[in-house]
Design a protein around this ligand. Sequence first.
Ligand SMILES: *Cc1c(COP(=O)(O)O)cnc(C)c1O
Ligand SMILES: [Zn+2]
Length: 506
Amino acid sequence: MYDYFPEDIKPYIIPKAKGELYYQCLGCSAQYPIDTLLYVCPACREVLLIHDRNAESLKKIPGSIWQKIFDFRRMLKIPALKGIYRYHEFIGSCIPLESIIYLGEGHTPVVEANQRLQEQIGLTFYYKNDGQNPSASFKDRGMASALSSIKYLLDRKLISNVIAICASTGDTSASAALYASYLGPLIKSAVLLPHKKVTSQQLSQPLGSGAKVFEIPGVFDDCMKIVEYLSSRYSVVLLNSKNAWRILGQESYSYEIAQDFDWKMKDKAIVVPIGNAGNISAVMNGFIKFLDAGIIDALPKIIGVQSEHADPVFRYYLEPDETKRKFIPVNTKPSVAQAAMIGNPVSMPRVIQISKKYNEIAGRKHVFFVQVTEQSIMDWQLKANHNGHIACTQGGECLAGLVEAFRQKIVTPNETAILDATAHAIKFSEFQDLYFKSEIHEDYKVHSNPELINLPSLVLPDDQAMIPSQLKRLNEKDLQKFVQNISDKIAKKLNLELSDSLLKKI
Ligand SMILES: *Cc1c(COP(=O)(O)O)cnc(C)c1O
Ligand SMILES: [Zn+2]
């Protein structure tokens, strides 16, 4: 800490581990101690959320002081507080700084779309690039939280020899394997992936981290069933978002947006893609907590987006009468937003409960769900990335969702949208490749728009004998000819004109 920090925040700037966390069941409200490994309620099998008995006492500190604490924490050089635990009191307040794992996650850039793109969409919007997390997706937020909680139990000798497992559409396993490998050999990880339903980049990640990787025939929902069975019978740590610690860490996404927009959330709309629905649950929960503590001025609008090929949450909310809604899992169809291709989201009970609360606190309907086509997901991803973004297909889904929300007047031109670019574009570049080659399988229902196609062109010299290779180098004269010949061809393709200064030199 620095002497010149303001006196009113000095007592709080380094957080103390004094939270009293507990698990609470979303079904029967039973409470369970936090120092056990628990994923569903032992009584009714429903999912859990983590609460803090100390939450009320956080309100004794005025919101304006919290804002100052978080702003000044930005200057600290303590690794444990450089990531999601900048918001320690709101994110896992029982964990001492020594148990916190920091691999560079969080505080991802918020990038305003350029004028051209904003004019096309009709309102001001930003992408928050969560693909700039260490494993290149937002999953690192929740994983930093889950693995810190495990480290805490290991440090207290409450557990040992941990085998951590998860099912994944690709990004959870990449993140789980990364964080687990950091804690090796205390913890070993195993991941289950739907065979041929993750990109080769995503498959390479857990392999590179040294995790045991199992490919399972079927889709994500099938892998999830196996993981659930394993965790109910064997002694394993579950790293899926069923694990409530994942949700807690993911709330940092909202806290960062709040801080980046100077705590002013009025007239803001947050757009998130929905798969297993952990992310949207956490995002809503985070804003509720910050509003409750007086840190933000209002709740932003929430817009959840689903593809027409994996839309169980959207379908659930089609029924306007809350009492008549009934959740029905869907059979997914192939989706370019593959990380969100889930028909039976684990966090559905969380979405139902938290969005209800969210609307109640906002005093009006403030959580919306829109459905988009596969075609619009691909087209908007490519358009975004033609304008300086690094959106993955799910990031494209967000932009397609914003366009749809704008069309339905869910958002209006005076509002500002913040879109979740949930992973880095390169993780999903296979879909871009297929689009550019017009080879996306017909089941996806995506046709390549010629205006968006971009392919490399191979430039060969006129004289086929004049091709340099590593084994056979050209002599100086031939190389000169080769360079001239190729350059002339490129210049022609680019319509280059000879530059004046160059002419003068000649
Ligand atoms: C996991 C994931 C999603 C879906 O998030 P949920 O929390 O499962 O709803 C979206 N995009 C990417 C890139 C993901 O990895
Ligand atoms: Zn219960």
